[in-house]
Design a protein around this ligand. Sequence first.
Ligand SMILES: C[S@@+](CC[C@H](N)C(=O)[O-])C[C@H]1O[C@@H](n2cnc3c(N)ncnc32)[C@H](O)[C@@H]1O
Length: 217
Amino acid sequence: MDNELQKIQRGYSRISGFYEFYNKLLYKMFGIGDTLQFRQNAIDSLELKKGEIVIDLACGAGINFSPLEEIVGIEGKIVGVDITKKMLDLAKKKIKENNWKNIELIQCDAAQYTHPEQVDGIVCTFSMYSIPDYKSAIQCCAENLKSGRNLSIFDVKLMKGFMKIANPILFFVTRNIGGSYEKLGRKPWKEMEKYFDNIHITEDFFGLLYYAVGTKK
Ligand SMILES: C[S@@+](CC[C@H](N)C(=O)[O-])C[C@H]1O[C@@H](n2cnc3c(N)ncnc32)[C@H](O)[C@@H]1O
């Protein structure tokens, strides 16, 4: 495994014990409060139905599982993929506590994940900025997704306008979990254009938060 991936795994393993607290602190620092509505928008834009299969790419502690379960139901399936074992352990704990029976967890690099069958939706939240080979990750998403179905990426990026002055803080708080100026400046929707149509990008908080949704060609 390359050094960058190992660094990300080490970083997330270190914060896994207080991940949800860290998340909340980060967003309080930027004054953007609760990000749940943004998550929900990203999930809703998959247009999933009961009984369908969805991949939660770089699922971390499984924060998306509850809203995804609400949509696909017990007859559907959620596949959580993540590179960090300790984050998957948190996800496993959440699955047990909620007695969910239809979630499969896989430890794998998002840039290499091949699902045995094409799925009905893929969501990737707060992770695309850190995935070292994000171009391959987007290509894998396209290969794993049925034509006409959606990939939704919800993430952070460098801010615009006068809020640019806060970008060093964003770099500082993400530097041990895969953040760099180059990575936080990514525009993954440009890569999506190769495989996806109807790409919509919604930004807020001076460009700090965005979600990009596209339909597989
Ligand atoms: C900020 S957390 C987000 C977790 C979850 N998606 C959420 O919204 O709370 C980023 C996650 O991406 C995972 N990750 C980073 N690079 C990855 C890669 N190349 N492949 C798979 N997972 C990766 C990390 O292990 C971590 O769990």
